[in-house]
Design a protein around this ligand. Structure first.
Ligand code: ADP
Ligand code: MG
Length: 368
């Protein structure tokens, strides 16, 4: 049997309608067996013009059978018993206990226990909760809060220049890259000494100037105190009305903390809370480290937080990205956030169970 003609195979019009031959009339074209290919070109425009969208041609046209009117009316949703106020609480700024601004000095006596780490992390946690925070780096000569916050390249002026009249206060305030309601203020440039006469009164003037800012009066002023108990320490604690004492669970740090506590009380700061930093549960279990309860017993202070030893702290210090901003949060980051929460509520932990109580084996327990 001979093969079917080419126009059948390819759905082309029969070869009789050649290059110069006029195309067949529409009706004839529909009837031809080859309309699969060319027929579409004729059929489609015909269908569009015979079924135009009436709303395009006449904008005032209203279809009788509106889909919405045909739908059965929905039953009225039953009111839920959750009051709106409790739903809104998710986005609510927590209530701040005490007068504002709260001026908190973060101190320890001993160096390297985590004052600057605490200032950066607690400060940013407070800012994330919606409070306006100003962190003052009062560690003259060895400042490093700017490094921890990753703001070292943005510090152009310091408090010393503000007091000398070389710049305005707002020029010395460095806004955080991530949270615009967190500002950093450095007392002086690194490796420089405090000018003679710069003392507690200068810092009190500074705090008053911050309070007087109309639109940006802070809720919290955190002062990162230098180590030791000399002039720098006295300057840093002068404007404060509450203190956070950072300590590690070792005897040297505890002795310094005890001494500092006495000095704070002499200066009239009675509201002192404690953060125990670099706690290692494994060492406490092996009785190689003092437990948090022991520390609490020795200092007799309410506990604001217990921060575990965490390698991520060092990592975040090097990156200039405070731990509390890490996603997913690390254990130490969560502990700093909780400490910030307790600072807002003026609350403290009554007792801490850092040591795990070993599970008792029951009669029906197998293995393990
Ligand atoms: P300070 O301001 O009291 O001198 P820093 O905050 O600068 O102390 O901390 C000193 C060092 O200890 C830093 O290198 C910091 O990374 C490290 N550090 C602080 N807290 C912790 C922690 N919880 N876990 C691990 N390292 C920590
Ligand atoms: Mg420091």
């Amino acid at each position: 049997m001979p093969p079917p003609p080419l126009h059948y195979q390819m759905s082309l019009p029969p070869p009789s309608h050649g290059f110069m031959t006029p195309p067949p009339p529409l009706s004839q074209n529909f009837m031809t067996p080859s309309r699969g290919y060319y027929g579409f070109m004729f059929v489609y425009p015909t269908w569009v013009f015979s079924n135009p969208n009436p709303t395009i041609l006449n904008p005032s046209f209203k279809p009788l059978l509106n889909r919405q009117t045909l739908k059965p009316p929905r039953p009225y949703p039953k009111p839920k018993h959750t009051p709106i106020s409790s739903v809104l609480q998710w986005n609510r700024k927590p209530g701040l206990a005490g007068e504002t601004p709260r001026i908190v000095v973060i101190t320890s006596g001993k160096g390297g226990v985590g004052k600057t780490t605490t200032t950066a992390n607690v400060g940013l946690s407070l800012a994330r909760l919606g409070f306006f925070v100003v962190a003052i780096d009062a560690d003259v000569g060895l400042r490093n809060l700017d490094l921890l916050l990753g703001l070292e390249n943005r510090v152009n002026y310091t408090v010393v220049e503000v007091i000398n009249g070389d710049c305005r206060l707002d020029q010395a305030l460095v806004r955080d890259k991530r949270w615009s309601n967190f500002e950093l203020l450095c007392i002086s440039t690194p490796r420089s000494k405090l000018p003679i006469g710069f003392g507690g009164k200068a810092l009190v003037w500074l705090v008053d100037a911050l309070k007087a800012r109309e639109d940006k009066s802070p809720d919290f002023i955190l002062i990162d105190c230098p180590a030791g108990i000399d002039a720098g320490f006295i300057t840093a604690i002068t404007p404060a009305n509450e203190a956070v004492l950072v300590t590690t669970p070792d005897i040297t740090s505890l002795r310094d903390a005890d001494r500092v506590m006495g000095l704070l009380e002499c200066d009239g700061i009675r509201d002192i809370k404690m953060i125990v930093n670099r706690v290692r549960t494994d060492m406490i279990k092996g009785e190689d480290m003092m437990s948090v309860l022991d520390v609490q017993e020795m200092l007799g202070l309410p506990l604001l937080g217990v921060i575990p030893e965490d390698s991520e702290v060092i990592n975040s210090t090097n990156r200039g990205y405070p731990l509390v901003l890490n996603k997913p949060p690390t254990l130490a980051g969560l502990a700093f956030e909780q400490a910030a929460g307790r600072l807002i509520e003026q609350d403290s932990m009554k007792a801490v169970m850092v040591e795990e109580v070993p599970k008792k084996r029951g009669f029906f327990s197998f293995g393990g």
